[in-house]
Design a protein around this ligand. Structure first.
Ligand code: NAP
Length: 269
């Protein structure tokens, strides 16, 4: 779906995620700065966003949301009750997209007194347009509103719609927290390179391209990762020795434990 450039979009919260969304939408030419309004409590953030993206900035959430076709909630969970009280007078045609971690559709609909609500869980690569976003919507959200949400969230990278909200908490533990796990893995590989004697900058370049190349191979060939792993593991070879140590250290089960712990935490948010 193409976004009507005259469509007014309000962002409540112009922090890391709000900025990433604004940036992606402008880069992908889904919106023009004149159609965007950002409301944030921080004068420094308002100044920066206004100068950097030439968007209108406000300190009043209610005025920002007024008459917006799309209202994006991008604040921390503990700020949500205040925000919902601020922008309570929404009209039925307005669509709300919330990226607030753990905020359930029922909480949002009841808190806002509004039915057309999308709940989305993006992740930090949104900052470079490479996010994985999982989203769902209330049953009252219309087809065109869902298409609008899909277009906006698609600007951040890849998006997956799920009909059942229970997958949102799972997405929080897997793809939401996922960049943290992957960054730790990358850091560990670089440290391992240094440990065996490689200069850090060389180790870093080797690791980044190895991880990137491996991701691209899984994506482009469509081959199962286990099959790809087997294909680099020659009998009695170097990779077999390395993999044995990872399995001995319970690599697979510790990752399952990590994702399960993050999932449990997200259920309690
Ligand atoms: N960052 C990510 O990669 C990511 C990924 C998935 C989901 N999320 C979710 O997205 C939401 C926003 O995260 P974030 O990383 O963008 O947080 P953030 O950088 O802290 O941004 C939130 C912004 O909202 C402002 N704010 C606080 N209270 C406000 C109010 N009453 N009215 C208007 N603005 C207000 C904050 O100002 P102050 O800093 O001055 O309080 C801050 O500038 C969170 O719920 C988070 O869970 C983020």
């Amino acid at each position: 779906m193409k976004l009507d450039k005259s469509m007014k979009i309000a962002f409540i919260g112009g922090g890391a995620m709000g900025e990433a969304m604004i940036k992606c939408m402008l880069i992908k030419k889904l919106a023009v700065p004149q159609s965007m309004v950002i409301s944030d409590v921080s004068p420094a953030r308002r100044d920066w966003l206004g100068r950097e993206y030439r968007v209108t900035t406000l300190a009043d959430n209610c005025i920002a949301a007024e008459n917006a076709d799309l209202v994006v909630l991008a604040v921390k969970p503990f700020n949500l009750p205040q925000i919902m009280a601020d922008i309570k007078a929404l009209s039925s045609e307005q669509l709300v997209i919330s990226v607030v971690a753990g905020a359930k559709l029922s909480t949002l609909s009841e808190g806002l007194g509004h039915n057309a609500v999308v709940r989305a869980m993006p992740n930090t690569p949104a900052q470079i347009g490479e996010a994985m976003t999982v989203w769902t919507a209330t049953p009252e959200t219309g087809q065109r509103q869902k298409e609008l949400a899909q277009t906006v969230l698609g600007a951040l990278g890849k998006e997956i719609y799920v009909a059942d909200e229970k997958y949102l908490d799972m997405a929080t533990g897997l793809s939401g927290s996922g960049p943290g796990y992957v960054f730790l893995f990358i850091e560990s590989l670089i440290d391992a390179g240094v440990h065996i004697g490689l200069p850090r900058d060389i180790a870093q370049r080797m690791v980044i391209q190895t991880v990137y190349g491996s991701v691209c191979t899984v994506e482009k060939t469509g081959t199962h990762p286990a099959e790809l792993k087997n294909s680099v593991t020659s009998p009695g070879g170097t990779t077999a020795d390395g993999l044995f140590q990872l399995e001995k250290g319970a690599f697979r089960s510790i990752i399952i434990e990590a994702v399960s712990a993050a999932y449990r935490k997200s259920q309690g948010l």
